[in-house]
Design a protein around this ligand. Structure first.
Ligand SMILES: [Mg+2]
Length: 194
């Protein structure tokens, strides 16, 4: 049997709509309500009047309350990944804290999201450093963090960046495609699926 080609995907913002939950926990910690359009940077403490310590407290509370296992899916993520999984192996790479591994894997299995592997990058590391260590090449990668997406695209991998306020601050680059939905990703990959 022919070996399947591989598609890589991020988790937060791509499979799960993590931002509303994160803002809810930021509110729990700081008492301040923020809105999606205010999240103009990937790191919330860089675009909101909150500290890195607030963000860390929110993270810890999310972990304690098992919130990584009960997020909402991004529209179209499950259907498209299921369809892609017929032709490709799906590899998830996330910058979530490593403590969230069990909750994250349980979530994917419970929701029926197909994945062959899930990798957690070390804090402060860039996804492209891990990707370069893999013995295989991705056909495509789906990511919402701008610097990760740019790095992956620059390495020659076709990269789809789901559009959000936090990734609009810099220009495009070769191999980097800004998309507004999973539907667009599916359409773009349709030739590979037929
Ligand atoms: Mg993300």
């Amino acid at each position: 049997m022919e070996k399947k080609k591989i598609i890589g995907t991020d988790f937060d913002g791509i499979i799960t709509d993590t931002d509303p939950v994160f803002r809810e926990y930021i509110k729990r910690v700081t008492g301040k309500q923020f809105y999606r359009e205010q999240i103009t940077k990937y790191f919330y403490e860089e675009c909101l009047p909150i500290t890195k310590d607030d963000v860390e407290k929110a993270y810890q509370l999310m972990l304690k309350e098992n919130v990584w296992s009960r997020m909402e899916l991004v529209d179209g993520a499950k259907d498209t990944l299921m369809e892609l999984a017929e032709k490709f192996d799906i590899v998830v790479i996330t910058a979530r804290p490593a403590d969230a591994r069990r909750q994250s894997e349980e979530f994917l299995k419970r929701k029926g999201i197909p994945f062959k592997e899930i990798h957690f990058i070390k804090e402060g590391n860039n996804k492209i450093n891990l990707i370069k260590e893999f013995p295989f090449k991705f056909e495509a990668f789906i990511e919402d963090r701008l610097d990760f997406a740019r790095g992956i695209a620059l390495s020659g991998i076709k990269t789809y960046m789901l559009d959000y306020p936090w990734n609009r601050c810099l220009g495009e680059t070769a191999n980097l495609y800004r998309v507004s939905s999973w539907k667009e990703i599916r359409e773009s990959l349709s030739a590979a699926l037929s």
